[in-house]
Design a protein around this ligand. Structure first.
Ligand code: FCB
Length: 440
């Protein structure tokens, strides 16, 4: 494909001699993402911390990246890389460590954090729930209880009253489907319940209603807010496309991972196109393709199993945590969710690797795919946030997954920028993806 024929590019700069690749839409958001428990350190009032201390998890988050103290330094780095946005999450358990009792210090801290972003011209994208819950909330039954909706909404309303005017982009919940699968089906994350499909559906339903309620609440307080949630969007394909059972199983998986939650909140991803409700934009967390093989019948098997054998002609390399690099899936996913009729924001995309050329290749290929999708498929995308700003605590993988634009020396908390951060900075600063960027 001749990138120089890009109409988006020529519309913005019609000089043929200046043809170098793709220009992104004006005002495109560029930055990186983090979440509180993964970077802040000492989040001792949440359920993950409790499980870590109880020995229910192999790894402990400890001081993580000490981002709670070092946030200004981290934002200086983001600013120096030409970022104009940053995604962070607020730690509910810091704001409401005891049921019904607010912690003014935590709120003041997050107010400072948001101001620090704004001073550096970084647009805050704020997540209200990123996997962790206050320990009290989990002890009383967590998201299984119907009144979890009201408890979450009470926290959100308080936060929005306190910080609202400073923030335009809100993400209510990060990856509800992953939360539910890991906590109630695979049983690997708190509250470690295994194979409880009934409970999983209940939790999913409560989270969907919590999203809808808090969507309305945020708008009641701030009419100009833009509210969405962050959806984990794997590109699901049958492993053996010629086998009917693989195809059926992959469709079922896709329904569960990429459609069910939308249905619960009143939206359709598939079939007849209807205008989306309770979403001003959708956050897309895209990492990989998932190849599905049928595994027979029965409740535990009907969703098949992910195939990790490298027997596909278009098989991508695997990251350090075995996630397949598959940039074409990003285009497919953006097209799929564009059916909702709201703008999309890439709220996470990245790779766990210590192989820096691989990270650069990953970034280059995903950004090229993103540019092509915006240009050729006319999909409205608001921005791209790389996961993650710095290496951090990767949940049950501990500190072994290196997603960061900067490495972290956990003994000294020193940040060591990686070469890929500079490559990304070139794109962020110019809002342009060069066809001839030699380092790419
Ligand atoms: C996503 C999570 C994020 C991080 C990345 C690697 O599923 O939202 O916290 O762990 O994966």
């Amino acid at each position: 494909m001749d990138l120089c024929k890009s109409s988006l590019y020529t519309a913005l700069d019609p000089t043929p001699s200046a043809c170098h690749g793709y220009a992104f839409p004006p005002g495109f958001l560029w930055g990186a993402a983090t979440s509180s428990h993964q970077v802040e350190g000492h989040n001792r009032w949440n359920d993950w911390w409790a499980a870590e201390q109880a020995g229910a998890l192999v790894h402990q988050s400890g001081e993580a990246c000490s981002h709670y103290e070092l946030y200004e330094q981290d934002f200086d780095m983001a600013q120096s890389w030409g970022h104009n946005a940053h995604r962070l999450s607020l730690e509910w358990s810091r704001i409401e460590p005891v049921e019904g009792a607010w912690n003014p210090e935590a709120v003041a801290h997050y107010r400072d954090v948001i101001r620090a972003l704004k001073q550096r011209a970084l647009e805050p994208v704020v997540t209200l729930h990123h996997f962790t819950n206050p320990a009290w909330f989990t002890r009383r039954g967590g998201w299984l209880r119907r009144d979890s909706i009201e408890r979450f909404a009470r926290y959100v309303e308080y936060v929005v009253q306190q910080l609202g005017p400073e923030v335009t982009y809100w993400l209510t919940i990060n990856e509800p489907t992953v939360y539910v699968m890991q906590g109630y089906v695979n049983g690997e994350w708190p509250p470690f319940v295994r194979g409880a499909w009934g409970k999983a559906i209940q939790v999913c339903y409560h989270m969907a209603r919590a999203h809808v309620l808090t969507y309305r609440l945020i708008h009641q307080h701030h009419a100009n807010a833009r509210v969405g949630f962050a959806h984990s969007a794997p590109w699901v394909m049958p492993c053996r496309a010629h086998k009917r059972w693989d195809r059926m199983t992959a469709t079922l998986r896709d329904c569960m991972l990429n459609r069910a939650f939308f249905g619960l909140m009143g939206n359709r991803v598939h079939g007849r196109r209807t205008p989306a409700v309770h979403l001003d934009f959708l956050g897309i967390n895209y990492y990989m393709r998932t190849l599905i093989r049928s595994a027979g019948w029965g409740l535990g098997r009907i969703l098949g199993r992910a195939c990790h054998e490298s027997h596909h002609t278009d098989q991508g390399v695997l990251s350090d945590i075995d996630w397949e690099v598959y940039p074409a899936g990003l285009r497919a996913i953006l097209n799929k969710f564009a059916r909702l009729g709201v703008p999309l924001l890439i709220t996470e995309n990245g790779i766990a690797t210590t192989d820096e050329p691989l990270r650069c290749e990953f970034l280059k290929r995903h950004l090229t795919t993103l540019a092509e999708t915006i240009e050729h498929d006319r999909i409205p995308v608001l921005g791209y946030l790389y996961w993650s700003l710095v290496d951090n605590f990767e949940w049950s993988e501990g500190f072994r997954a290196h997603f960061g634009l900067a490495a972290v020396d956990y003994a000294t908390q020193e940040r060591v920028p990686r070469p890929c951060a500079d490559l990304f900075a070139q794109v962020c600063r110019s809002n342009h993806l060069s066809n001839h960027q030699s380092t790419f």
